[in-house]
Design a protein around this ligand. Sequence first.
Ligand code: SIN
Ligand code: MN
Length: 263
Amino acid sequence: MLLTDAQRREFDDRGYLFLPELFSAREVAVMRAALPGIVARRGPEIVREKDGKALRTAFAAHTYDDTFAKVARHPRIVGPARQLLGGEIYIHQFKVNGKAAFDGDVWQWHQDYGVWQRDDDMPEARGMNLAVFLDEVTPLNGPLLFIPGSHKRGVYAAGHDVETTSYPLWTIDHETIGRLADEGGIVAPTGPAGSGLFFHCNLVHGSPSNMTPWGRTIVYISANRTDNAIRRFQRPAYIAHRDFTAVAPLADDCLLRTGDAAA
Ligand code: SIN
Ligand code: MN
């Protein structure tokens, strides 16, 4: 799948692109069927909320689950990522974020490249996130909040917050967020399960907690250019991957085929 010139301009201008129903209901059902096995795993790659139970984020599911291995190589992910980043890509990070009903906690304001630069020494802001909604995302159940256009001025100062949630994050102070939001506003792209939300690695974003009875599972593929590989390996390989091989896309119907993914 390829994006149009208008879609590429929109991404460059706002820092994100929303594609409703990028994946069909059948494909969403296949992805959702893989979730219980991931939530049941015991290991450091599965991060729970502060209650120690609800899934906050499951890292590297594409390395231990066949369905998510296909998602990481899906042409509706790889094609746009190559176009928007302007070259071959590898998977820097892969996560399934739970934002569970009642218990899903906030993600504080941050830029992903702010984390990737500081923690992983990624040379340039040539990465991006490709998010796929596995639940309907509404204004109520902890949607992503974006400050449009905030990706254009590099990396903002950030502090390492190791207390607010169960997962440490480089977060941006309130004064900076206030200034950026006065200029660019705040949007919360919402839509049905299967929607795609692609965003630049310098886009300032966060998400509120989920106090509703409706879960908000989103899978994130973080793509990076192969010529922009990380140079520091202080974080575990399940968080910041070490395989810099260019991703070869699978067939468009790969999620609907059983067994190994056909190329
Ligand atoms: C993230 O910014 O990495 C996660 C945000 C979310 O899933 O709400
Ligand atoms: Mn993020």
